[in-house]
Design a protein around this ligand. Structure first.
Ligand SMILES: Cc1ncc(COP(=O)(O)O)c(C=O)c1O
Length: 439
């Protein structure tokens, strides 16, 4: 599932002077096969249960080639006439799913990191309208986020010139933001006269796939007039599912939402979205002047570049649009639910065994668990689980990840492939048990 060759071996395969002359196609194909494909991770394999990168849906893969062949740029309407219209339409559909209202809008992004950066830039424009011209200065506002938030949040705070010390971590309880702690922090900041620029809630956390209580957090933001950004890069896809929608209850209170179709909607990488409740607020995030490119003639500017971090940008929405045409929202929902069901089934299976323990009940497609053996203390188990993951991945039987949760080394799987079924997660535990016996 992942090449056994070392980083050095792989680098050696490609270490050569730049080719001055072209080669026959057959030779190039043979090289792709020999050197490249033998060195890639095989996400399409049902035993690959690694990071949050999908085994993408076929229709979206085909569309990648067509997108590249027409090579329109989403920055400017005249450079992507149909693509701009499709992006606008798909953003509309997604805003409707999130309940964001008539003024909503947004942009496609390279992923969740860009979406969260852009959202917080829009929040900065609201809190500090002069910052584009004058910088943030002293007394800049703070941003609150759960301690389990993705690094995209603190990175954005630093990138925006606020400084890391203006990123306030709110403690977690059961792997989600402790809303009582948030209420306390907000009250304390108000009493101290510290302005709050935004609160970032996580819908589908990276480590465990847990959902913050968006409804309560949204109410607190309204009380304190703070911008609510929901990092739903992983979990906002619950919006397409009748069975999982309740997990994002209250998401309509957000001013902005990061949502990655390249995660639980099984798109290829590069398919991210930022949705905002009021598109005018996004338009105020970037105050560039570029009359050579953008042609606003009063009213809403059609060029998506004015509301995007990027200039030239592939029309990545086409992958999602085609997938929706081919499979429908119900098809995507069925795939989403299947991924979550398989993770839940693994949790149930672990409950029947005494050689493993689950760290939490999965709320999406992510599960952290641990091998446990008799007579070993926590430190020894940490070490054993770390080595177990390495040995299992090297065995070729499957591929999983690991993280540190509540101070303990744990095994972590994300089910990102619709071909992965209960038989595969059973094989995962059996394979891990075999390796554990060998260690
Ligand atoms: C909760 C969360 N936010 C943001 C990101 C970053 O998304 P991307 O890699 O698409 O930039 C991730 C990635 O795993 C994530 O899990």
């Amino acid at each position: 599932m992942s090449p056994a060759a070392s980083a050095g071996d792989l680098a050696g395969r490609f270490a050569e002077p730049v080719p001055l002359e072209g080669r026959p196609l057959g030779e190039v194909l043979a090289r792709i096969d020999r050197d490249l494909l033998s060195g890639v991770n095989r996400l399409a394999h049902p035993m690959y249960m690694g990071h949050q990168v999908s085994a993408p849906l076929a229709a979206a893969i085909w569309m990648e080639s067509l997108k590249a062949a027409v090579n329109n740029s989403a920055a400017v309407r005249e450079m992507s006439p149909a693509g701009t219209a499709v992006e606008r339409q798909v953003i509309r559909w997604m805003c409707d799913l999130a309940g964001l209202g008539a003024e909503a809008g947004g942009t496609f992004t390279s992923g969740g990191t860009e979406a969260t950066f852009t959202a917080l830039l829009a929040a900065r424009a609201r809190a500090l309208p002069d910052a584009w011209e004058r910088g943030v200065g002293e007394g800049a506002p703070v941003v609150l986020a759960g301690e389990h938030a993705h690094y995209a949040v603190t990175r954005a705070v630093a990138e925006l010139g606020l400084g890391m010390r203006r990123a306030v971590a709110v403690p977690s309880r059961d792997h989600r933001m402790d809303t009582r702690a948030l209420a306390g922090r907000l009250a304390q900041l108000r009493a101290e006269g510290v302005p709050v620029m935004a609160v970032v809630a996580t819908a589908g956390s990276t480590a465990t796939g847990s959902f913050d209580d968006l409804d309560t957090i949204g109410r607190l933001c309204e009380e304190h007039d703070a911008w609510l950004h929901v990092d739903g890069a992983h979990g906002a896809s619950a919006l397409v599912s009748a069975r999982h929608r309740h997990r994002v209850r209250g998401i309509e209170r957000a001013r902005s939402i990061a949502w990655d179709p390249h995660k639980l909607l099984l798109m290829p990488l590069g398919t991210g979205m930022l949705l905002v409740r009021d598109e005018a607020e996004l338009d105020r995030a970037f105050l560039q002047r570029a009359p050579y490119l953008f042609h606003g003639a009063g009213g809403r500017v059609l060029d998506q570049g004015v509301r995007s971090f990027l200039c030239s940008r592939p029309v990545d929405v086409l992958k999602l649009w085609v997938a929706l045409q081919r499979y429908g929202l119900e098809g995507l929902a069925a795939a989403h639910d299947h991924l979550c069901d398989v993770a839940h089934g693994l949790w149930e299976l672990i409950g029947t065994r005494d050689d493993f323990e689950a760290m939490h009940e999965p709320e999406s497609n992510i599960l952290c668990f641990r091998w446990r053996g008799p007579g070993l203390d926590d430190e020894a188990l940490d070490d054993r689980n770390r080595r177990l993951r390495e040995a299992y991945n090297l065995s070729g039987a499957g591929w999983i990840t690991t993280t540190v949760l509540d101070g303990r080394r744990v095994l972590r799987v994300t089910i990102m492939n619709p071909r992965t079924r209960a038989s595969h997660t059973r094989a995962l535990l059996d394979g891990l048990a075999v390796e554990a016996a060998r260690l």
